[in-house]
Design a protein. Structure first.
Length: 102
């Protein structure tokens, strides 16, 4: 049995499905669908950003990096915070009182 016609039909169907998916994506984009996508993902991204800042501060503390722990400021929700901020809840015993940030 000759399968060339069957393979052509499957590849044509695959191309049609991909084309329909692209068209649906374009319609979604043009109708403002990315605004709803952004509003759905913003809380997740802010949470991961906060966790990344906290992990950075914990790492600075564990290696006793006073420059990174005492001086570095992060932008979080349009607010500047540092590792000593109570929002991050980083438990560290580094003394920053005598350390001079430049």
């Amino acid at each position: 049995m000759d399968k060339k016609g069957f393979e052509l039909a499957i590849s044509t169907i695959i191309i049609m499905v991909i084309s329909i998916a692209v068209l649906i994506g374009l319609v979604f984009m043009l109708k403002g669908g990315f605004e709803s996508f952004e509003s759905a993902t913003t809380p997740f991204l802010e949470t991961t950003h906060g966790l990344a800042i906290k992990e950075s501060c914990e790492l600075s503390c564990s290696v006793e990096d006073k420059l990174g722990y005492c001086c570095r400021e992060f932008d979080y929700n349009e607010v500047k915070i540092d590792c000593r901020d109570s929002l991050l809840e980083v438990d560290c015993n580094l003394d920053c009182t005598e350390f001079v940030c430049e």
